[in-house]
Design a protein around this ligand. Sequence first.
Ligand SMILES: Cc1cc2nc3c(=O)[nH]c(=O)nc-3n(C[C@H](O)[C@H](O)[C@H](O)COP(=O)(O)O)c2cc1C
Length: 299
Amino acid sequence: MTVTEHDSTSNSEGTFVDPAGAHARVQQGSVSAREAAFARRFGPGDSDGPWNDTLAVQFDHRSVRRFTGQSIDEDIVRTLVAAASSAPTSSNLQLWSVVAVTDRDRVGRLAALAGDQDAVRHAPLFLVWLADFARAERIVTARGLDLHNADYAESTLLGVIDATLAAQNAVVASESLGLGTVFIGGIRNDPEGVAEVLGLPPRVFPVVGLSVGWPDPDETAEVKPRLGFDVVCHRENYRIDEQDHGIAEYDVRAEGFYRSQGLVGSWTGRIVSRLTDPAAFGPRRGIRQALASRGFPFA
Ligand SMILES: Cc1cc2nc3c(=O)[nH]c(=O)nc-3n(C[C@H](O)[C@H](O)[C@H](O)COP(=O)(O)O)c2cc1C
């Protein structure tokens, strides 16, 4: 099956082949869509390999924090949640839920709880992704049993991973429809406050929020460069001491990108400030207690 070129890459002239022909090459024009997408993300260098519409959407990802005022139709909301539901889930237990919030007052209260972020306040749709053991507890207790295994740290991981995979599927679905999104970890600043706003029962924890909306065309945020292949991908065994060169190379690329966005500093500088100063985690330093009080005790 031949698929069409993703239209966001203007300078490509390729013919595209779907993953069924995974080893088929993009027929090169002057600059292929793949080459342009790789250069944006990793700098120049990559030349050829498979390409299709799915990869184009994934490579085009950028967080969007400013939206037009346009609302999102209910059929789109249902499609995003259906895409989320289609994500893999551990043992098919489906230990996640999502609350879709459009009420302006409720979105505003969540924005305030999440560090007063405009990217939440002005989103027409705010999705709160939940690790959810309340549904399982209802099923188990109806049979007169105890949800014993929910207390293990492994269960917390199951719920958090399930919720995160579902959320990321919704991101890709959104972007494929031309919507913009940004994850909002700020909702973990005050999990109890979020639980109150959303009416969450015990054994439900808000893992991450997702602002969804039609991108404001005036927003200048671009596709953000990432660490190169050799830094993040190890072959057969992990090697810490072979990453320095790639990290230094990325620091130069990232610094140039940040500068182009009117921001200062390097990537390694961000690692240092974010991961050495306890204040950088703000109230989330207390997340263990917040998890425990919501019914995720890490036994
Ligand atoms: C779990 C998670 C939580 C995040 N929380 C926030 C947030 O609270 N506010 C925000 O503006 N961006 C947030 N982001 C977006 C990241 O800053 C963004 O993904 C990162 O800088 C990379 O940029 P990109 O998504 O445009 O490639 C979050 C991302 C993730 C994955």
